[in-house]
Ligand binder design. Structure first.
Ligand code: SF4
Length: 379
C-alpha cells in the first residue's frame, strides 16, 4: 500500500495552479501543529480499520512540503512506522520548491527518513518563471539541488513545465539541457494546462501554437532518451531503476491512502476524497468520518482506468487483458484499432502488449477515448 500526505501550504499561489493550498503567511506554529496532529490522527484511524499493512511508499505532496520543518516530517514518518510495517525498500518522497530549501532543512529531511526529493523547478528561464508567477530564481534552483546532494540524496527528481507563455522551442530545449546538467535521476515534464477556476483561466496568457507544442513534446522525448532517461510514462523520464515507485504504484492501480485536505484515496474498490478545506477536513476526522464522498468503482470504471493507466505507461497494455476486458470473445474492432494504431506509427505491439510511441503519447487522451468507445460498443 502507498500513503500520500497533502501539505496544504504554499508561500504564494501560482496563477495556473488548481491544487488546494493556503498562503504560508497565514500559517502560524499552531496551524502547523494542528496539521501534523490531524495527519497522525487520520493515519491512526485508518490503521485501526485496515490492520497492519505493508507500506511501499510515502509521498509528501502539496502545496509545498519543503516549508514544513523536518522535525514535523520526522514525527509523521515515525507515526507511520509505528502503525504500519515498512517495506525494506520503502521510498519516502518529498516535494520541494527551490526558494524553501536550505542546507539545514535538506539535512533535516534526510535525517527524518526522506530518501527521494522532487524539486519544483518548472523552468530555468527567469522571465518564464515570472510569467507563471513562480517566486524562485535560477540561483535558488541550483542551490537547492546542491543542498540535497550534499545532504546525501541520491534520488533527485526535477519537475519542469513546457508550453509556457510565449515559450519557443529553442528556449524549451535549453531548459532541458540545463536540467540534465544537474544530473537528476528523474525528470517530470508536464505541459502547462489552463485549469478552470484559476487566474489563468480568467485571463489566458499567450500560449504556443498546437504545432509548437507537438514539436516541444517530441523533441523533449528524443532529447531525454538520448541523455539516458527512460520515457516510462507519458510525462515522466528516469535513469534506469529510478522510476518514481509511488506514482508507478498509482499507475499500476495499487491501493493508496491519501491523508490531509483534498487528498484522494483508493482502497479495496472504493475511492474517496477529503474536502479541500482545512477546517472541514479536521472536523470530519474528529467525527471519525474517514471516507467522505465515497464512490464505489463499477466494473466499467475499473476497466477504463486500467486501460487508461496502462496506455500511459511505456510497458503498455497486455493484449490478453485488453481482450478479456472487451468481453468473452476478442472483439474484431478492438484488434483492428490496435493494428490501425501500429500502422499510423502511434503504437507498437511487442511481447504481447501494445505500447504507445512518443507520437502516440502526444495524443494519448484521444487514443484512450478510441479504446473506451470500442470497449463500450455493443456486439
Ligand atoms: S507552489 Fe506548487 S502547489 Fe503551490 S501554488 Fe504553486 S504550483 Fe501550486
Amino acid at each position: 500500500m502507498r500513503i500520500y500526505i497533502h501539505v496544504p501550504f504554499c508561500k504564494s499561489k501560482c496563477p495556473y495552479c488548481a491544487f488546494f493550498s493556503r498562503p504560508w503567511k497565514a500559517v502560524d506554529n499552531h496551524s502547523l501543529e494542528q496539521w501534523e496532529q490531524f495527519i497522525c490522527r487520520e493515519m491512526r484511524l485508518h490503521a485501526m480499520e485496515t490492520g497492519t499493512q505493508t507500506i511501499d511508499s510515502i509521498f509528501f505532496g502539496g502545496g509545498t512540503p519543503s516549508l514544513v520543518p523536518p522535525a514535523s516530517i520526522y514525527r509523521v514518518i515515525n507515526e507511520a512506522a509505528k502503525l504500519f510495517s515498512f517495506a525494506k525498500t520503502i521510498e519516502i518522497s518529498l516535494e520541494a520548491n527551490p526558494e524553501s530549501v536550505t542546507s539545514e532543512n535538506a539535512h533535516g529531511f534526510r535525517s527524518a527518513g526522506v530518501n527521494r526529493v522532487s524539486v519544483g523547478v518548472q523552468s530555468f528561464d527567469e522571465s518564464l518563471l515570472r510569467a507563471i508567477g513562480r517566486i524562485h530564481g535560477n540561483r535558488q534552483t541550483h542551490h537547492a539541488v546542491d543542498c540535497f546532494r550534499r545532504a546525501g540524496f541520491n534520488n533527485i527528481g526535477i519537475d519542469l513545465m513546457w508550453g509556457l507563455p510565449s515559450e519557443s522551442l529553442g528556449s524549451w530545449l535549453s531548459q532541458l539541457k540545463e536540467a540534465v546538467s544537474l544530473f537528476p535521476e528523474h525528470l517530470s515534464c508536464y505541459a502547462l494546462t489552463i485549469e478552470q477556476g484559476t487566474p489563468f483561466s480568467r485571463g489566458r496568457p499567450p500560449l504556443p501554437s498546437d504545432d509548437m507544442l507537438s514539436s516541444m513534446y517530441l523533441e523533449c522525448c528524443d532529447f531525454l532518451e538520448h541523455a539516458g532517461y527512460r520515457h516510462y510514462e507519458v510525462s515522466n523520464f528516469a535513469r534506469p531503476g529510478y522510476e518514481c515507485r509511488h506514482n508507478t504504484g498509482y499507475w499500476q492501480g495499487e491501493d493508496y491512502l491519501g491523508l490531509g485536505p483534498s487528498a484522494v484515496s483508493s482502497f479495496r474498490g472504493k475511492r474517496w476524497t477529503q474536502p479541500p478545506d482545512i477546517a472541514q477536513w479536521m472536523s470530519g476526522i474528529l467525527k471519525g468520518d474517514l471516507h467522505p464522498q465515497t464512490e464505489i468503482l463499477t466494473g466499467k470504471d475499473v476497466v477504463h482506468e486500467y486501460v487508461m493507466l496502462r496506455l500511459r505507461m511505456a510497458d503498455g497494455l497486455p493484449l490478453s487483458r485488453l481482450y478479456l476486458a472487451a468481453g468473452d470473445k476478442p472483439k474484431p474492432s478492438i484488434m483492428d484499432l490496435c493494428q490501425d494504431l501500429v500502422r499510423e506509427g502511434m503504437a507498437v505491439i511487442c511481447g504481447g502488449s501494445i505500447s504507445l510511441t512518443s507520437r502516440g503519447m502526444l495524443v494519448s487522451n484521444a487514443i484512450i477515448e478510441r479504446f473506451f468507445e470500442e470497449l463500450d460498443a455493443d456486439g
